[in-house]
Design a protein around this ligand. Structure first.
Ligand code: CA
Length: 484
């Protein structure tokens, strides 16, 4: 009896000790974290607004005269606007892989869009929300994922605690039980792991989900990755938005862009309503340049989505954090979407280290000074056969089977005048620098297949020779072959 009493007493004292320890650990955690509620919150919320296939010139703040983007333009007034910012790929999927890992995606073979032998995100890669979650941030992703379909590539397995969106690269903007939303479809809308129905226009729905999330998480820091499929094809808009632009020459894009702007306006308004806007770090950008098939306008840049000319990868980019960064100015330094990762960590007070192998830099020191210094002296792009390197004002494009071109972007932003013979030393140096960059990168883990390889090669051939592009897609290639 005494023996059992002793065990019972010991157990009770163990429970008491464990409870005390839990309370102590929690107290230490809260004490250290700076995540106490309300007034003591100091860590900023972080939002990445990643839109899809938008044209370089298709926002009021980028000079558009015919598309209406009043809310994004208002954000641009108070934010820092970048004039030389680039994503790491000119197509959706690898661009997202680079942004979320903070590394050149060629480090892990994620070089091409979904295609032959596609395997998606290397599960070993740690992405931004996983680190922020460890630091006490609530994390959520909305919209297009396009980083793989396997269970261990799901947003919930990669550090997001909540997900509302679809795993593929594109879908209808309306609920389609007969098509995109049929049971088991890769395009289906899901909430966490569950397939769900939705009413109305998807861009609006993604905004409503985001504002609800902001309200629910207003008392502690959150990281939100808001990645609508707008303005990617299919070209679909609500009747009301289409009616508004009934006579517009780019009616569908104008309506889709207007809906996108309304959605971003809702998110910003909710932040303001909750008193969070000042201490929220917002990144706004597109995942690649305007596509040939969505009526977009990349003026004055050459090329479009999918190639190595500037319109493929130079993107509209805004950074807003009113509490820490004075806005209303243009930043001209050479910048990459790779910089989002270290900038977000710096803002959250997280130390980066060499083992993370990040390729970007924190933009905060650049934005806090009034000088337009270059965050990067060099940026590189590569998708299978086509590569490009930027070194200060020079850009070299190299396409296997077609050779190279060298441009001076300061004098020739439209990339028309080849300088290889005039600037042989710079040309030679850039070729060497590109080879040096490639030394520690992998070969693509999959490719886009023979059809797209041919199309991309023909597009580069035309652009490199300043010709009209003959073929943009498989349908045009088939017609071209018949004509020949
Ligand atoms: Ca895209």
């Amino acid at each position: 009896m005494k023996y059992f009493q002793t065990i019972k007493q010991n157990k009770q004292s163990c429970y008491a000790a464990a409870t005390l320890l839990s309370i102590l650990l929690l107290a230490i955690f809260i004490g250290n974290s700076g995540f106490k509620k309300d007034k003591q919150v100091s860590k900023p919320n972080i939002i990445v607004i990643l839109i899809d296939d938008a044209g370089y010139a298709d926002f009021g703040f980028m000079g558009s005269k015919d598309l209406q983007t009043p809310h994004i333009d208002q954000l641009a007034v108070t934010a820092v606007r970048f004039t030389d910012a680039h994503v790491t790929a000119s197509v959706c999927s690898p661009s997202r892989a680079g942004l979320l890992t903070g590394k050149y995606q060629q480090r892990f073979g994620y070089e091409c869009n979904e295609g032959e032998g596609y395997t998606g995100m290397d599960p070993a890669q740690i992405i931004l929300p996983a680190i922020l979650q460890q630091q006490g941030y609530a994390t959520a992703a909305f919209g297009k994922w396009h980083l793989g379909f396997k269970p261990d590539q799901h947003p919930l397995q990669k550090g997001f605690q909540y997900y509302y969106g679809f795993l593929s690269g594109g879908r209808s903007y309306f609920y389609r039980p007969d098509k995109d939303d049929r049971p088991g479809s890769k395009n289906a809308l899901i909430e966490n792991q569950q397939q769900v129905q939705f009413d109305g226009y998807l861009t609006d729905v993604l905004a409503d989900k985001a504002t609800a999330y902001i309200r629910q998480n207003r008392n502690h820091p959150f990281f939100m990755y808001w990645a609508p499929n707008a303005v990617h094809t299919p070209m679909e808009a609500s009747k009301a938005d289409l009616d508004r632009f009934a006579k517009h020459p780019r009616q569908k894009l104008a309506a889709m862009t207007y809906a996108l702007d309304r959605a971003i306006g809702k998110i910003i308004d909710e932040l303001k309503k909750q008193g969070l806007f000042e201490n929220t770090l917002i990144f706004f950008l597109s995942d690649n340049g305007g596509a040939h098939n969505n009526e977009s306008n990349n003026f004055p840049l050459k090329g479009f989505k999918g190639n190595k000319y500037e319109a493929g990868h130079r993107i509209p980019f805004l950074v807003s954090w009113p509490k820490q960064i004075s806005g209303g100015k243009a930043f001209k330094g050479l910048t990459s979407s790779l910089d989002i990762f270290p900038t977000a960590l710096a803002a959250a007070g997280v130390q980066t280290n060499a083992s993370m192998r990040l390729d970007g830099v924190s933009l905060l020191p650049f934005l806090r000074s009034n000088e337009n210094k270059n965050p990067h002296a060099q940026l590189v792009w590569r998708k299978d056969a086509a590569a490009a390197i930027r070194l200060n004002q020079y850009k070299m494009i190299r396409v296997n089977g077609l050779g190279e071109r060298l441009y001076n972007l300061n004098k020739d932003p439209g990339e028309t005048t080849d300088l290889r013979t005039q600037q042989p030393q710079i040309f030679s140096m850039m070729k060497q620098q590109l080879l040096a960059w490639e030394k520690d990168k992998m070969k693509p883990a999959w490719t886009e297949g023979a059809m797209w390889d041919t199309i991309t090669l023909m597009i580069h051939d035309d652009l490199m020779n300043n010709r009209k592009v003959r073929v943009h897609n498989p349908e045009e290639l088939a017609k071209f072959r018949v004509k020949k």
